[in-house]
Design a protein around this ligand. Structure first.
Ligand code: PLP
Length: 411
């Protein structure tokens, strides 16, 4: 029976979400809209197949087609990033990091990543995550005055702490990360270097950010952010680590890989190998720069004074509004952002002094500099007068009109 007839409640929720995605402006830096081809593979009957193991070394019969799918995905990922070895099975970003840390270190060893309130990720050693519970975790931070990474201070901390693994990569850091400098630091203290390039994978794939592949022992990434693929992840590593990584991914932390998602990753990698993908990422970066210029003209302070990636962090303290209130009031006008701590934030993590703004999703819709300027003006008008309901409604109507001109899937 068709879903809509059998389960109208779930159908309604899916249609509701489709309507929401079409009619709101998505400025969440970690989200994107994959193509219909990616969605078709992800929603395919490949999800029916159990395929524990690796191509031609499975624990189930009937794997001839899914073997092909996984081999194609691996070959494309290797080509896209120039990696020696790729494991496309991790189910998501955190499990990819888990398999990686287990491959390189033992329980109780020391790991060193960027602090969460400074832009790092939960899985880089935060106390409530497996990474902070099962490993001793020390964190480096961004500098108080510049809000960027200072590699000599990170080196000093590494010398003092002698971590087994140094993790670089972030969820909310707007400047480029110098992976070569991290390699030097790791070499000096005999640490392994792991890069989590989840946010910037698309930018790396397009050749517009230094690639971590030559420098890191292991690179992890999600596939659903700037890379514009399905909600999933992968691990890329030097040949030396291939066996260890493969064993920790399966049977270490999961059973059957999700073959439908691996097929969707393969489609995503094929898309990212096309010349148009570079144009897309170029525009993502131009749009983020446009936000930077507009916010500055309007008198906002930006963390790290701006961006050279797909995201920026806006410090709202001069506007006398918290990140939480800004998120709420912008949502009323169908502009979706997330509250975010700024470095050394005086507010609690649930309140925050900032918002994070990213451009991958609006760029996928085809928006360019003129639209970004318009959106930035709307954000300012709302944040300057958060109690002015009629203004919010008026802007909300304009947002809906703009969204109609840049459909996501309703083309
Ligand atoms: N690593 C980084 C840097 C991230 O930003 C994220 C998610 O935002 C993850 C890992 C986690 O990925 P997932 O939510 O797929 O577990």
């Amino acid at each position: 029976m068709e879903l809509k007839n059998f389960d109208p409640e779930i159908t309604d929720a899916i249609q509701g979400e489709a309507g929401r995605e079409e009619s709101t402006l998505n400025l969440i830096a970690s989200e994107n809209y994959p193509s219909k081809s990616v969605l078709a593979a992800q929603g395919s009957l490949l999800q029916n197949k159990y395929a524990e193991g690796y191509p031609h070394r499975r624990y189930y019969g009937g794997c001839e087609f899914v073997d092909k799918v996984e081999e194609i995905a691996v070959e494309r990922a290797k080509r896209l990033f120039g990696a020696d070895h790729v494991n496309v099975q991790p189910l998501s970003g955190v499990p990819a990091n888990m398999a990686t840390f287990f491959s390189l270190a033992n329980f109780g060893d020391k790991i060193m990543g960027l602090a969460l309130p400074h832009g790092g990720h939960l899985s880089h050693g935060y106390p409530v995550s497996f990474s902070g519970k099962w490993f001793k975790s020390v964190n480096y931070q961004v500098e108080r005055d510049t809000e960027v990474l200072d590699y000599s201070n990170i080196a000093k901390l590494a010398e003092a702490e002698k971590p087994k693994i140094i993790i670089c990569g972030a969820s909310a850091y707007s400047r480029k990360i110098q992976f070569d400098k991290f390699r030097e630091i790791a070499d000096k203290v005999g640490a392994y270097l792991v890069t989590d390039m989840a946010h910037i994978a698309g930018i790396v794939a397009a050749g517009l950010h230094q690639s971590p592949i030559p420098y890191a022992d292991v690179v992890t990434t999600t596939t659903h952010k700037s890379l514009r693929g399905p909600r999933s992840a992968m691990i890329l590593c030097k040949s030396k680590w291939a066996d260890n990584i493969d064993k920790w991914v399966f049977p270490g932390i999961h059973g059957g890989p999700h073959m439908h998602t691996i097929a969707a990753k393969a489609v995503c990698f094929k898309e990212a190998l096309q010349p148009e993908f570079k144009d897309y990422i170029n525009q993502v970066l131009l749009n983020a720069k446009t936000f930077e210029n507009e916010f500055k003209k309007l008198g906002y302070r930006l963390v790290a004074d701006g961006t050279d990636t797909h995201l920026l962090l806006v410090d709202l303290r001069s506007k006398k509004i918290t990140g939480r209130d800004a998120e709420d009031v912008l949502t009323k006008a169908s502009i979706i952002v997330n509250r975010n701590t700024i470095p050394y934030d005086p507010e609690k993590p649930l309140i925050t002094s900032g918002i994070r703004i990213g451009t991958p999703a609006t760029t996928t819709r085809g928006m360019k500099e003129p639209e970004i300027k318009k959106i930035c003006g709307w954000i300012d008008k709302i944040l300057t007068n958060p109690g002015d309901e009629s203004n919010i409604q008026k802007i909300g109507a304009e947002v809906k009109e703009l969204c109609k001109s840049f459909p996501v899937y309703n083309k």
